[in-house]
Design a protein around this ligand. Structure first.
Ligand code: JFZ
Length: 421
């Protein structure tokens, strides 16, 4: 039921997303894989114009390189990502320590990556690739214990009724809902729905609220992002800062920061500007310490294969998490200490996790500034288990670990604490 009026930013959800059982896995998990994969991936990031010049782009290549629809549609007839291996994809997410996986089922080009019955602008009707990768992913995700989520763009460059000046936008909205019904009912439980392209007229916040209602009616447990509407009534369950590591929790709403692993969402063969494993781990630790989620993107190539440099970085993050997971999983904002210059601190109950980026020289101290009082009863490095001496000092505590940094990416010191009553 739609509220007649809702204040901007009001949480239009059936429960309190901060505390509900529905969102528990998401709040605890903190880390997911995003995948931008579509017909655009077939271009490998480059479109050669008829005059021989080259235009570079990824998932926006159709529009930003002004590819005529006839050509883009012809490209579909050659798109055959036979290397797509759902078990390998989900396995890569799992090995990286990612608890959920979100794939672009339909990006702005409108091309459905599943055999939708709603129209024929889809991977089944237009390509030689006669498989349903969403079904394959659903099976693999269930088998490996990874949650499955879908990205779906409201903005659609292809559907004639969705274009600017359309006199029959309602017909498009009906088709969109029919597609979402397929997505929410044919592939088992869908953990997260990631809308996008809501900013483009004639989409309105009222339409967004109706869409949010529609989704909740079909899939009450699905966690919905705020790009369903324009943040008036319809704001979903969580906000979507992009490419950000906020230093504190965002006010009023759960949040998930999505980021590219290089400089593009979709595959671009020339883009080798990969973030280091160290950067990725520190993004994750920083985001978890501010009670957010990190949705880290991969872009499979035209064969449907995740490039090896992306896999290598995911593997390194997973290796770090195997020892240092407690700093991330089920951890969040401390509320007790100010963010130090040498790293970040997260909290899980009566434990603090100091992820140290700048390890001190032997004998030097890492200072923790207390915003509210607590006592420390013990501390150790997660890698190796060495005890860390902790002494009260001024407005907080000094931690004096010895020896070289146990982990070059980020060394985590676990502290046993008792908050003052
Ligand atoms: C959108 C898409 O246009 C893009 O292709 C990609 O899928 C990305 C994840 O989402 O781009 C956006 C949307 C919102 C913002 C920035 C880029 N934003 O709110 O800052």
């Amino acid at each position: 039921v739609l509220p007649a009026q809702a204040a901007p930013g009001q949480n239009y959800a059936p429960d309190d997303p901060f505390t509900s059982a529905r969102t528990q896995w998401w709040r605890d998990g903190h880390f997911g894989m995003f995948m931008h994969f579509g017909l655009y991936s077939a271009y490998r990031g480059e479109y050669r114009r008829p005059d021989g010049t080259v235009c570079r782009n990824a998932e926006w290549i159709k529009r930003d390189c002004a590819i005529p629809w006839t050509e883009y549609e012809a490209k579909a007839a050659t798109f055959n990502p036979s290397g797509f291996d759902a078990n390998a994809v989900i396995g890569a997410a799992k090995a990286a320590g990612q608890k959920y996986f979100v794939i672009t089922t339909k990006h702005h080009d409108g091309f459905a990556m599943w055999p939708t019955k709603v129209n024929n602008w889809n991977i089944y009707d237009r390509t030689p690739f006669k498989r349903d990768i969403l079904a394959e992913l659903a099976t693999a995700a269930r088998a490996q214990g990874v949650k499955l989520g879908f990205y779906y763009s409201i903005w659609d460059w292809h559907d004639p009724d969705a274009q600017p000046g359309s006199t029959n936008y309602a017909a498009y909205v009906t088709r969109m809902k029919a597609q979402l019904k397929e997505l929410l009912t044919n592939y088992g439980d869908i953990a997260e729905l990631w809308f996008d392209g809501e900013w483009e007229a004639p989409w309105t916040d009222q339409e967004g609220a109706r869409l949010e209602d529609f989704v909740r009616g079909l899939a009450p447990n699905t966690i919905i992002n705020n790009r369903v509407g324009s943040r008036g009534i319809a704001d979903g369950d969580f906000g979507t800062p992009e490419q950000e590591v906020p230093a504190t929790p965002t006010d009023g709403q759960l949040w998930e920061s999505c980021m590219t692993i290089n400089d593009h969402w979709g595959f671009a063969a020339y883009d080798t500007n990969y973030k280091s494993a160290t950067t990725l781990v520190r993004h994750l630790a920083g985001i978890a310490a501010s009670s957010g989620n990190y949705l880290l993107n991969v872009g499979p190539d035209e064969r449907g294969v995740i490039p090896q440099p992306q896999i290598d970085r995911l593997t390194a993050v997973g290796n770090w998490l195997r020892t240092n997971g407690p700093a991330v999983y089920s951890a969040g904002y401390t509320g007790l200490v100010t963010k130090p210059s040498w790293g970040v601190v997260s909290r899980n109950g009566n434990k603090l996790y100091a992820s140290v980026y700048n390890w001190p020289a032997s004998g030097a101290a890492l200072h923790l500034t207390a915003k509210s009082p607590f006592t420390v009863t013990g501390a150790r490095v997660l890698t190796g288990g060495a005890a860390v001496p902790v002494t009260p000092s001024g407005d907080g505590y000094d931690l004096r670990p010895t020896g070289p940094a146990p982990d070059p990416i980020a060394s985590v010191i676990e502290l046993d604490i008792t908050p003052a009553a």
